[in-house]
Design a protein around this ligand. Sequence first.
Ligand code: FES
Length: 443
Amino acid sequence: MNREGQDTGKHSALRGRMKADVAIAGGGLTGLSVALWLSRAGLRVALAEAETIGYGASGSCCGIVTPCRGLQYAAMETKLGAAVTDAYAHTHMKAIQAIVELCTRHGLNFSIREAPGMIVVEKDHANRLHEEAEAMKRAGLSAREEVLDPKLFARQKGLQISQVYVLDASAYLQALVTQAEATGVQIFERSRVTAVETDAVYTEGGSIQAPYIVIATGYPIVNTPGWYFIRLEQRSISLIQLTGARGPNAVFFSEDGSSACRVCGQNAVVQTSGCFVGYRKGFQEDPAAPAWAKRLGMRKTGSGTSGIETYTPDGLAYIGPYSSKTPDLFVGTGYGGNGLVGSMMAAQAISARILGLPSDGYEIYSPSRGINGLAMPLQLGTRYMKGMFGGAETPRCSHMGCRLVYNPVSRLWECPCHGSRFDGIGRVVNAPAIHAAQLRGRK
Ligand code: FES
């Protein structure tokens, strides 16, 4: 899949007013998963996608389903406590189980398979392996220290984790569409949501009135209430293809969680999380892909999609009511590069809330929780001030007016303030912007 999404040509744009039980803004993994879960429960669901299905971050997914992306459980236990860590593990495992069941038992016609998962740790940090394995075990996950092939990993050690699966992300997204439609979800493409109220979403061509609203646009598009703009950042993600003969079939994760390498036969794909969007120094290939290629004796054959992913200050997603004042307006975002699992957690948590089912640990993702320190808000504030007053000759972002930066690698205009991206003629590629940028004849 690429940034153009999956243009099935099947879904018309929203025209006129309609009513539903649930209106969803955004047709990526989150929007479709939530729609499917709620329509299966008998609710009438309507979904409005700005472009085509999978156009946004969902199109940059490399198909890894995992309970972790690096060494994170020991640190989480120290920072957030054992109860939160338990709930984190439990909700991730429940989502993984649901993805596997969805693929294998409900007629989704493509394969998902379990793959050996390995966190690769520099020998200097080997003491962290034992701590991580113990923290994962306390949270109910299986992990064990592993000796790696010294020909490939001369200076590293490994932590093998279970419950890692790989699938074809594009086929999975299409299967969600098929299932959602089979259960009655109404999908509208080329229907950008331009305004949201607590009982309606509005597009340029029409509106959906509904008692429950879900904002599944990647980065939330409503400024207040919620204030996501001081507690959520967007980072670039790229997929890079490798080929060669040495890599064993497995999924390897870097210890800091910033990259993952999925090896299958002679081919591999590296997913890297890079710098925040609009950061000039990040406009080059992340060194992670060449490092994996060298280590595994493979070579780069091409770059795939360039997407973005959202990150929260404490590493927990925001899933649930948009704010404490809006109990029937929901959001799912901040998955930190683990979008397949995060979107399924959003489906389970939001449907449980709407259907009045037990919360089952999802309260740890409450968007109304504290922001856990001032580091990210201060960083975002600084970026915003720089964005407002820097680069007098460059066009402004249609979201809150920051100066845009042209990224020659992605060939997109990027906003360093909250991470909106625009194509060469100013059309919105990624939220929170909802209106086109005025580029006035630039690239
Ligand atoms: Fe907020 Fe550009 S994304 S000002």
